[in-house]
Design a binder for this molecule. Structure first.
Ligand code: TXA
Ligand code: MG
Length: 310
């Protein structure tokens, strides 16, 4: 049985005794375990049916915990930490030998993130250890942005859900590789290329299909997808009436399910829950309107394209 609680102390006791707990963050819900407990970490892969070659992000409550996970942190990474932690940014750093290989899928690096979500921080602090956590969905499904979405995918497969509000941002964190000469964005998120360049001007984005992109194993796997087929549309004329639509402009045609959002932030906040709702309604085609690729729009279009083209 999966316990649902609003009490971070109660949830942290389950982590300390080797269990796995879903918890809210400002991006999406995560599925957590004690980073140093390999048996617990193995339960995450099992519950999610996650491929073992996809490394996990370790979540910390304070800067001191970063030292438990990473070493030889370059000066530019320290600058990014100072500016963006706590927040929706994951840094890939050289790992300490104490971090189990199961966490990092055999890599010498470890992803580290400090959520700014208050309940998440309280929970991680109470765990007394960094908490390793992928998104709390079944592998291949859209990341959960509500605790009910976690129930939908993982009820009975995990020990506990720490219940919070719907997540604020709705897309996963920006992932930046800091193991080379300069920061390299492996996964886009609400911390944009422009934001990163304002702190470290040398920051680059991986070209699709490049060597660097292959460094982020998660990007090799199919992601963020509803069961419905996703179509990317500029405007809204050639859509079929039995489809669903999400976008900033209201469509001219009547569809079975339409969500009009006010801006790119609201679009990001709604996207994954919209995908899930379409699946619940048995909708087979989803039309997603394009947005300008600036600010969170870049990450949003990245997720929409992955859902559409795999
Ligand atoms: O916002 C988020 O990042 C959420 C919340 C729960 O923190 N977590 C999340 O985890 O999205 P997950 O496991 O669904 O995605 C982690 C991504 C994957 O694409 C993975 O390949 C990449 O981060 N990653 C993790 N560790 C890495 C490493 N050492 N080197 C390269 N990529 C890494
Ligand atoms: Mg995920």
């Amino acid at each position: 049985m999966t316990l649902v609680t609003t009490n971070p102390e109660e949830a942290s006791a389950i982590i300390r005794s080797g269990g796995i707990v879903a918890f809210p963050t400002e991006t999406v819900y995560g599925l957590g375990a004690d980073v140093f407990n390999e048996e617990a970490v193995a339960k995450i892969f099992e519950a999610k049916e996650r491929p073992q070659d996809n490394p996990l992000i370790a979540h910390v409550a304070d800067l001191g915990q970063i030292e438990m996970l990473a070493k030889d942190i370059p000066a530019f990474a320290v600058m990014l930490i100072e500016r963006f932690f706590p927040g929706p940014l994951t840094l890939v750093l050289n790992k300490r030998s104490e971090v189990p290989m199961l966490v990092t899928a055999g890599l010498d690096s470890v992803g580290v993130r400090m959520p700014r979500h208050e309940l998440a921080s309280e929970f991680i602090r109470a765990c007394g250890t960094p908490v390793v956590a992928p998104s709390a969905n079944l592998s291949g499904r859209p990341s959960p942005t509500t605790w009910q979405a976690v129930v939908e995918d993982l009820n009975g497969r995990i020990d506990c859900i720490l219940q919070g509000e719907a997540t604020e941002i709705g897309l996963e964190s920006t992932v930046v590789d800091c193991t080379g000469e300069q920061p390299v964005i492996l996964r886009q998120g609400s911390v944009s290329l422009e934001d990163l360049r304002a702190v470290v001007s040398e920051t680059v984005k991986t070209a699709e299909g490049s060597e660097d992109e292959r460094k982020s194993p998660g990007l090799r796997h199919k992601h963020y997808s509803p069961r419905a087929s996703v179509r990317v549309v500029e405007m809204v004329d050639d859509m079929l009436a039995d489809g669903a639509y999400i976008g900033i402009d209201a469509p001219d045609v009547q569809l079975v399910f339409t969500k009009v959002v006010s801006d790119a932030e609201a679009y990001a906040h709604e996207l994954f829950e919209f995908f899930r709702e379409c699946d619940r309604r048995g909708i087979t085609t989803i039309y997603c309107q394009t947005v300008a690729e600036e600010g969170i729009g870049a990450a949003l279009m990245d997720r929409i394209r992955r859902a559409a083209y795999g």
